[in-house]
Design a protein around this ligand. Structure first.
Ligand code: PGA
Length: 249
């Protein structure tokens, strides 16, 4: 049985007030027990978020990490440091980082391994651009991104991996993939995983991301291969985010 996961990726947004508002809302809301909820704030808010969410079931994630444990990398943050702040999850390969910071599949893999090495669970983000979709290359692109990382992991790491399918054209655009479009690609990711291990494929947790909101979440989450969501814009609105969490239960 795959446990649903709803992850709120705040990106470079938020404030101390927003952290507190979420802390209060999570303390009062009844979050469905089987759903795991994670908030990924910018680094400076991690400590405040840890305190604000302490008496709630919500856990913490980070948006990236540097593959090294320490050293001369001005401006970077390591997995070891994140672990000290109680971070349980980290994104690797978000399309904004692949595009704006030119992160390659190899660098994404290095981040995944670094996360595992300190006991943080990586969420590998994959997805095609509109041009790639229009050219009919969606599955090739997505399975290349998935395969580069998954093929290099050992079975235990594969078991602990979460994959987020985020079509680049749907991120922050208000244009969501239809439930059928998302399901088709996510079923392909699961089939690919079955090539390694059939049982493991059944356990692999797959999230959809890309303009998921309180109105479309239920239909997306009802798809057979969608086990949760990676939410950007709607994760900054307390009521909307809690509504999404509730629709996953
Ligand atoms: P969005 O972002 O929900 O604003 O489209 C999703 C993401 O980038 O993780």
């Amino acid at each position: 049985m795959r446990k649903p996961l709803i992850a709120g990726n705040w990106k470079m947004n938020g404030s101390a007030e927003l952290v507190e508002a979420f802390g209060r809302a999570f303390a009062e809301a009844s979050l469905p027990a089987p759903v795991e909820v994670v908030i990924l704030p910018p680094f400076p808010y991690l400590d405040a978020a840890r305190q604000a969410f302490a008496d709630t079931p919500v856990t913490l994630g980070a948006q990236t990490l540097n593959p090294l444990h320490s050293g001369a990398r001005t401006g970077e943050v390591s997995g070891q440091m994140l672990r000290e702040f109680g971070v349980d999850y980290v994104l690797a390969g978000h399309s904004e980082r692949r595009q704006l910071y030119r992160e390659s599949d190899e660098e994404v893999y290095d981040r995944v391994i670094a996360a595992f090495s300190v006991g943080i669970r990586p969420i590998l983000c994959v997805g095609e651009t509109l041009e790639e979709r229009d050219a009919g290359h969606t599955e090739d692109v997505v399975l290349r991104q998935v395969g580069y990382v998954m093929a290099r992991l050992d079975p235990e790491q594969r078991r602990r991996m979460t994959i987020a399918y985020e079509p680049v054209w749907a991120i922050g655009t208000g244009r969501t993939a239809t439930p059928q479009q998302a399901q088709q690609v996510m079923a392909a990711i699961r089939r690919y995983q079955a090539g390694f291990d059939r049982e493991l494929a059944g356990e692999l947790r797959l999230l959809y991301g890309g303009s998921m909101n309180a109105s479309n979440a239920k239909e997306l989450l009802a798809q057979e291969d969608i086990d949760g969501g990676l939410i950007g814009g709607a994760s900054l609105k307390v009521d909307d985010f809690i509504a999404i969490c509730q629709s996953a239960g």
